[in-house]
Design a protein around this ligand. Structure first.
Ligand SMILES: Cc1ncc(COP(=O)(O)O)c(C=O)c1O
Length: 383
């Protein structure tokens, strides 16, 4: 066995380290649910929603079964359907556009900004024109706070207001970040997030939440998450879903939320150190003015001509995992390639899909391990 293959593999995201930190409080929270047995709509669900209101500054929080349901439920509540267009960035996880397509509406893909990886307002305008030319009615836009960094919410809101579109912020990766001093969860008509375990604030299964200041929308969302219930659950006044968050997941999230700010701080320290160690060799993430990140991913761009697979293999040989988010942009995926793209094309999304790669990132990455990652990246680039 050579020296490289002996190097101990490190995790990409270390959920076990977080678990060790708060094992007792999580175990106690789970035990409380086991004792009261209200596995659906238990008291922890309401407690978590109140804690998320306090954390985010949004007036209403409706928890739900996943980030995808969070997006879908808002679109359903807004009555989005056939003939409507909803503008989405193409360089995102598939759920963003998938939720639109599931309503029968048409996702229209727009390009992203080369530096922030987030929605490009100029391409958004072109996408709206594309939708109209295709005979569709643009009704909404879904900016994504990709990799943890808030989108340029003022720029998106400017276009949306001028065009009469609602804004649904997809903060599945960015919840906890802020824009111009305001936490995500408070922009647009509503914000959707995911509590998938690998997310900056994740539970131990699937989960999600919707944030809104609109009391009427929140009421409709609470109906949709229980099969469109009216006066009671056997009174169905609209179409809905089994869209609830389990009580157990809520109980776990209450404990994780208590250490979330501290974890965000730790993630930012890792990101700063990576930037100092790698900034002169690869393109490190750029925080746009007024934006903060919770570093759901630490995504670099490799110098022109670098063999990305070879780079990943070189790191893997030293026990360092990498991941590619996203090897194809949505408009390049089989399921989505027939949907319209903004006039002028999506060249930035396509370039990013070709040259990005993400490094290990979590709140428990110690400095020695960060140094290992930095040394491995530098070694792989210079050979
Ligand atoms: C940008 C984005 N939107 C939506 C989702 C969907 O969240 P979930 O997996 O909880 O359905 C994800 C999850 O990976 C995501 O990254």
């Amino acid at each position: 066995m050579n020296q490289l293959s002996r190097a101990q593999a490190i995790p990409f995201i270390d959920l076990a380290a977080q678990r060790r930190r708060i094992a007792k409080s999580i175990d106690d929270a789970v035990a409380r649910v086991m004792a009261h047995c209200q596995f659906i709509n238990g008291p922890e669900v309401t407690q978590l929603e109140a804690a998320l209101v306090a954390f985010s500054g949004a007036k209403h929080v409706v928890t739900c079964a996943s980030g995808t349901d969070a997006l879908l439920m808002v679109l359903m509540a807004k009555g989005v359907g056939r003939g409507d267009a909803v503008l989405c960035p193409s360089f995102t996880f598939s759920a963003t556009g998938e939720a639109v397509a599931l309503t029968g509406a048409t996702p229209v893909f727009v390009d992203v900004d080369e530096a922030s990886f987030n929605m490009d307002a100029a391409s958004l305008k072109r996408g709206i024109a594309t939708a109209r030319k295709a005979g569709l009615k643009p009704v909404g836009v879904i900016p994504v706070d990709l990799f943890g960094q808030s989108a340029d919410h003022d720029a998106v809101a400017g276009v949306a207001e001028a065009e009469g579109l609602f804004v649904l912020d997809d903060a599945a990766q960015g919840f906890g970040a802020s824009y111009k001093g305001r936490k995500l969860g408070t922009f647009g008509t509503a914000t959707a997030t995911s509590f998938f375990p690998a997310k900056p604030l994740g539970c131990f299964g699937d989960g999600g939440a919707i944030f809104t200041d609109d009391a009427k929308l929140a009421e409709t969302l609470r109906s949709i998450r229980v099969h469109g219930q009216g006066a009671d659950k056997y009174d169905n006044v609209r179409l809905g879903l089994t869209g609830r968050l389990d009580t157990l997941q809520a109980a776990i999230l209450i404990e994780k939320l208590k250490i979330f700010e501290d974890e965000i701080h730790a993630r930012n320290k890792v990101a700063d150190r990576y930037a100092r160690g790698l900034g002169n060799l690869v393109t490190v993430p750029h925080l746009a003015s007024g934006c903060t990140s919770v570093w759901a991913q630490y995504t670099i761009r490799l110098p022109n001509g670098t063999d990305r697979d070879g780079f990943a293999a070189a790191l893997k040989a030293q026990g360092i995992p990498t991941a590619i988010y996203y090897p194809k942009s949505m408009h390049q995926q089989t399921a989505y390639r027939d949907f319209p793209v903004a006039e002028g094309g999506l060249a930035v999304s396509e370039r990013l899909s070709d040259d990005v790669i993400s490094l290990p990132m979590h709140a428990y990455l110690d400095e020695a391990t960060q140094d290992r990652v930095i040394a491995a990246v530098r070694g792989a680039i210079s050979t």
